[in-house]
Design a protein around this ligand. Sequence first.
Ligand code: HEM
Length: 496
Amino acid sequence: MSSSQSSPSSPPPTSGDSPPPNLPLKKIPGDYGLPFLGPVKDRYDFFYNQGRDEFFRSRIKKYNSTIFRTNMPPGPFIAHNPKVIAVLDAVSFPVLFDTSKVEKRNVFDGTFFPSTAFTGGYRVCSYLDPSEPNHAILKGLFLSLLAARHNKFIPLLQNSISDLFTNIEDSLSKTGKADFNTLSDNMSFSYFFRLFCDRDPSDTKIGSESNGSKILSSWLFLQLAPLFTLGLKYLPNFLEDFLLHTFPLPYFPVKSGYEKIYDGFYVSASKILDEAEKLGMKRDEACHNLVFMAGFNSYAGTKVMFPDLIKWVASAGESLQRRLADEIRTVVKSEGGVTYSALNKMSLVKSVVYEALRIDPPVPYQYGHAKVDMVVHSHDAAFEIKKGEMIFGYQPCATRDGRVFENPDEFVGDRFVGEEGEKLLKYVYWSNGRETDDPTTENKQCPAKDMVVLLSKVMLVEFFLRYDTLTVEVGTLLLGASVKITSLTKAGAATA
Ligand code: HEM
C-alpha cells in the first residue's frame, strides 16, 4: 500500500465541482494484491468472472465508496504499472479534466501505450499532455480546420446519410435485416475523408469506402486489443487472455493497409499539411496526426456513437419516436430546411442526443497521473491522492450517478429539456470535459465536441424525415453495440 494515507499538515488543493462540505478525510479503500497475481486476478474479474460493469459495481459495494484502489487491465506484461485510484461518481470524476492537476501524457489508452509504429513513429496529439508544445500546435490546427469546414458538416452528412438509408433499405428488402454497424462505419469513413480531403476515398489508393473502413477497424483492433474480450464461445478464456492481454500485438499485419490510408491523406489533404508546415510541424508528422484524428478519434468515435444512438431511440419505443418525428418535421417545415438554426430549435432531439451520450459515453475510460498531491472528494468523503499516482475514471459510473440523475440507468429522452434539464448538462462528460465547457489548446477536451453533437442531431433528423418508427436487434461488439435494423416504417406509410 502506498503511503498516501497520512493526513496532510496543510490540506492540498481539492477537486470536484463544489467546495467540499465538511467531509471526513478517509483512507482510500482497496488494494492491489500480490505483485503479478493481483493484476492478473483483477484482469480475469474484469473480462471473464464479472464483466466490466459488475467489476466496478461490486467494488463500490464492497468498499462502500465510489473511490478505491484497484488494478486496471491489461497489466502484465503489457502495462508496466496497472495500479490506479478509481473515481466513479459525478463529483470526483472531473478531476480528470483538470490539466493543472493531472498529467495526460501517454494515457489516452490507459495504463499502456501502443507502439508508435501504428502512427508513423510519432506520439500523436491524443497522447500529448498540454504542457508539450506540439499539443497546442496540433490541437489549434484541428480546431481551426473544423471551424473552416463548419458549413460543410450538415450538407455533406445529409448526402452520406441518404446513401446510408438507401443501403439499409436494400439490405432490408433482400435479407429482412440491415447491419447498421457495417453500413454506418463505411459511411463515417467516407464522410470524414471527404470532409478533410475534399475528395472521395475511391479516387485514391484506398479504394472503396468499405476497404478504408476495414483497414481502420483492423488498425484499431491491434492497438486496442488489450482492452477487449472477443466473447467467443469456443475460445477458452485463458487462451484469449494470453493472445490479447499479455503481449502487445504487432503493427505489421496492417502495415500495407495503413500505408494506403496515409497515402490517401498525404496526396489529398495538401492544404492542411501546408498549413501544418507553416506552424513548424514536419509534413509527415502532421499527416500521421491527421490520419489518427480522422481514423481513430473520428471514425472510432462514430463507430460507437451512431449505433448507440439508434439502439436507444429504437428501444425507447414508438411514443418517443413519434414525438421526435413531430418536432423534427414541424421545425424543418417552419425553418425551411435542416439548418443550424433549425437544429437549435429542436429541444427534444438535443436532449435525446445528450441522453444517449450520458447513458453510454462512447469513450468510457479516462486516465491521468496526479501532477500534485491533492484531495479528491466523492459525495461522502474526501481522499488524499499523492503526486504520481494514476487516477482512473470509468465514465458510465459517473454519468449514471444516482445522486445527480433520477433513474440513472433508464434512457429518459426528455431528461435535458427545459431550464431544469439543461442544468444537468454540466454532468455530461462524454467529450472528456463538461458539456458546458469548451475545448481549448490547454485542455484535453475533444475538439469536435460541438460537431459530434451536431452529427448525432442530423442523424436523427434525417432518419425521422424519412421514417416514422423502427425496430432493431441489439447485441454487443468489441466497440459498442451491434445494431441490426429489422423494420422501418416510412413516413406516412406501412412497415417496410
Ligand atoms: C463520436 C465521435 C467522438 C467521440 C465520442 C470523441 C471523444 C473524445 C474523447 C473522450 C477525447 C478525450 C480522450 C482522452 O484524452 O481521454 C477526445 C479527444 C480528441 N478528439 Fe474526439 N471524439 C469524437 C470525434 C472526434 C472528431 C470528429 C474529431 C475530429 C477533429 C476528434 C478529435 C479529437 C482529438 C484531436 C482529440 C485529442 C484532444 C487533445 O489532445 O486535446 N474527435 N475525443
